[in-house]
Ligand binder design. Structure first.
Ligand code: TXA
Ligand code: MG
Length: 322
């Protein structure tokens, strides 16, 4: 059975004994192991049922010297770090040869690093004085957890220590930017720090960086609830689907369709921050509800919504009406 605690010392001891610990971050909960403990890193892959070719993000304390791990940080990468760290931004750097266990980065020449903002995890990182790897604390392909209870539910048969830092204030995973190329960057995963903001911050000081955004992630499906999730490009088609279908539907949309009861409805916020905070939480509520399917209104295609749209597009499939 998992044990939920607020005791940072206990979390520190457990990590030092070579066991994984679930930790809070400002984005989602992570399943952490110290980067110098191969047994613990292996345990993280096993617990998540994660394929070994999906590299992990290293989480570092504020002001930790990156020179231990990386070579050649381009100017624009330095600017991003100064602007957004600690915070929900992961950067991909050129790895210093031999600096990490190849289990962490899949033996590639690059490594992903982030400096989380959550106070408890920063304190933990400061005390253990070693970076940690932390993939999201969910079984592979499923919804990331945003509360300690959600982690416990996903790993109910494991002897897992969960450091409880409350509900994650951001609610979706960090934005990932590849800064391993000196001349240009690529956004590999969208998040609440959006492409416009990144371009604005870099352009302010680094005129040589140009954006070439590539479709994020290699997996078509990810972040999935247990029940089928259908997304609709506009409210009216969602409303029509709810009228036509014979079954109960859990609805996440700007308005409540008249055919749907209050208990099976969550109002999608007009603010991307609030919508991100609610998204995974609501998908879990939907999974626990009596409705066998979930319908969501896809937010508009603009930079501040790109993180949420990316999650919905990967978690669901396009809803059809007749
Ligand atoms: O917000 C977050 O980033 C959360 C919290 C816990 O920090 N962590 C997280 O980790 O989302 P995970 O393992 O669920 O996602 C890590 C992503 C994967 O899609 C992986 O492919 C990518 O980072 N990644 C890691 N190392 C990489 C590398 N060297 N090159 C390209 N992508 C990399
Ligand atoms: Mg994940």
């Amino acid at each position: 059975m998992p044990l939920i605690t607020k005791d940072i010392n206990l979390a520190q001891q457990t990590l030092k004994q070579g066991k994984p610990v679930a930790i809070p971050t400002e984005t989602v909960y992570g399943l952490a192991a110290m980067i110098n403990n191969e047994q613990a890193i292996n345990a993280v892959f096993t617990m998540k049922n994660r394929p070994l070719d999906h590299p992990l993000i290293i989480h570092v304390a504020k002001d930790w010297d990156l020179n231990h791990l990386v070579t050649k940080v381009p100017n624009y990468g330095q600017i991003l770090m100064e602007h957004f760290w600690p915070g929900p931004l992961t950067l991909i750097f050129q790895l210093k040869e031999g600096a990490v266990n190849p289990l962490i980065n899949g033996g590639q020449s690059t490594v992903a690093i982030r400096c989380p903002k959550h106070k408890m995890t920063q304190e933990l990182l400061k005390h253990i004085d070693t970076p940690i790897v932390a993939p999201s604390a969910n079984p592979f392909g499923k919804i990331s957890p945003t509360t300690a209870e959600h982690v416990a539910k996903s790993f109910k048969n494991e002897n897992l220590l969960i450091l409880d830092g409350g509900r994650c204030p951001i609610g979706i995973e960090s934005t990932i930017v590849d800064v391993s190329n000196p001349d240009s960057y690529q956004i590999l995963r969208h998040g609440l720090i959006d492409s416009k903001e990144i371009a604005r911050v870099i352009k302010a000081d680094a005129s040589n960086a140009e954006s070439s955004i590539r479709t994020p992630g290699r997996l078509k499906q990810h972040y999935q609830p247990h029940k089928p999730l259908f997304y609709f490009l506009d409210y009216l088609s969602l409303e029509r689907y709810c009228q036509e279908t014979k079954q109960e539907v859990y609805v996440i949309a700007g308005k409540k369709p008249a055919t749907v009861i209050e208990r099976l409805f969550h109002q999608l916020s007009e603010s991307p921050q609030q919508a991100a905070f609610d998204l995974y939480y609501q998908l879990r509520e939907a999974d626990e509800s009596s409705a066998p399917v979930i319908a969501i209104e896809l937010p508009k295609n603009s930079s501040e919504w790109e993180g949420i749209r990316e999650r919905v597009l990967k978690a669901g499939s396009k809803g059809e009406t007749s």
